[in-house]
Design a protein around this ligand. Structure first.
Ligand code: PLP
Length: 390
């Protein structure tokens, strides 16, 4: 046996460009530089107090033991209720599995669903973790390119052309990380009709559902018809809507055969998610709260500001986001790849962003506006200066 050889699927995971920039940004900050961080994937807000209090109370009551693998029944009931009333999905608590973040929920889905070489269609620009998860689960990623000229949206014809006899699933992430686009109900229906006709699953990652702007509306694709519902796996979580990234709680609602497989898988990987975090999540769902709307309005104001600033910079073009808290300006006019652009922007002006290549979009960089307006303004002043000097 050869020494020092890792599992091939894990060895194939690409080193993350975003982590590379993040570690450089950290090193600069540690050296005393004032870095503007426009790369964060999490709200800058604190978790609302009533959620924290519920977790504290649960600890005081002694809720410190394992919960069922799929999560507390009370939480799964509240999630099923939320999915039924808010999202129009036909879900029972038995079809809900709570995990340590939507990231684990997605990983569970790919592990339970994919057989070797099954294909999963991703719509670019896509969230950078999907291809790595698909690869580790033994699947193959097939990318359908969302072109900037068409607002980063794909057409049904483009998706149909990518379908083969091995297509097992299509991932839809609306609102999207990194582009901020939101698919309308009719666009979702067209994509879902292909899935039903060809017989593959839709994995609908709805983690940014609460963060939508102006007339954009989030629609759960699984609610569009009972048949579409049977082909849909819905993933969501508490990180973004409730500013609970560090609590690590996400969930999935899926057909029975898959929940059973995911339950078995999770039982041997992490068991049930953190117990007292689940009591916090229960409070998040049960207590009426203005916090979601307060944060959404703040993101909306920042988005408007960022769009105004970017539109004023010659050579940069972008699609106005309708949701989430990211933007994807195109920087190809400057003759630098996204990686080189982001590296130089960090070195020269100390602004941290993420190169678009990781999202399947090498001509872009991703800016996050999950930071205060002052930091955003400072970041954009520096960005403008950097571009002017190119
Ligand atoms: N899905 C998307 C599109 C995301 O952007 C993220 C986090 O950045 C996640 C899922 C995972 O969220 P979490 O694991 O914090 O619940």
């Amino acid at each position: 046996m050869k020494k020092g050889v890792v599992n091939g699927r894990v060895g194939a995971i690409l080193p993350s460009e975003s982590l590379n920039i993040a570690s450089k940004a950290k090193a600069l900050a540690a050296a005393g530089e004032k870095v503007c961080n426009l790369s964060a994937g999490e709200p800058d807000f604190d978790t609302p107090d009533h959620i924290k209090q519920a977790a504290i109370d649960s600890l005081r009551r002694g809720e410190t033991k394992y919960t069922p693998v799929a999560g507390l029944l009370s939480l799964r009931k509240a999630i099923a209720e939320k999915l039924r009333t808010e999202n129009g999905l036909d879900v029972t608590p038995a079809r809900v599995i709570v995990s340590n973040g939507a990231k684990q929920s997605l990983f569970n889905v790919f592990m339970a669903l994919l057989r070797d070489d099954d294909e999963v269609i991703l719509l670019s620009p896509f969230w950078l973790s999907y291809p790595e998860m698909i690869g580790v689960a033994g699947g193959k990623t097939v990318v359908v390119r969302g072109r900037q000229e068409r607002g980063f949206k794909v057409t049904p014809e483009e998706v149909r052309a990518a379908v083969t006899s091995r297509t097992k699933a299509l991932v839809i992430n609306s609102p999207s990380n990194p582009s901020g686009i939101v698919y309308s109900e009719s666009e979702l229906r067209e994509l879902a009709d292909i899935a039903v006709a060809c017989g593959f699953y839709i994995i609908s990652d709805e983690i940014y559902e609460k963060i939508v702007y102006d007339e954009a509306r989030h629609v759960s694709v699984g609610s569009l018809s009972p048949e579409i519902g049977e082909w849909t796996i819905t993933v969501n979580g508490f990180s973004k809507a409730y500013a609970m990234t560090g609590w690590r709680l996400g969930y999935v609602a899926a057909p029975d055969f898959l929940t059973q497989a995911m339950d078995a898988f999770q039982s041997h990987s992490t068991s049930g998610p953190n117990t007292f975090a689940q009591f916090g999540a229960l409070a998040a769902l049960q207590a009426p709260s203005d916090d979601i709307e307060r944060m959404r309005r703040a993101f909306s104001e920042r988005r408007d500001y960022l769009v105004r600033r970017l539109e004023a910079i010659k050579g940069v073009s972008c699609v106005k986001p309708a949701g989430a808290f990211y933007m994807l300006p195109n920087i190809a006019r400057f003759g630098l790849s996204g990686v080189v652009f982001a590296e130089r922007l960090l070195e020269r002006e100390k602004v941290a962003t993420i190169p678009g290549g990781a999202f399947g979009s090498p001509d872009h960089i991703r800016l996050s506006y999950a930071c205060g307006l002052n930091e955003l303004a400072e970041g954009m002043d520096r960005f403008e200066r950097f571009v002017a000097a190119l």
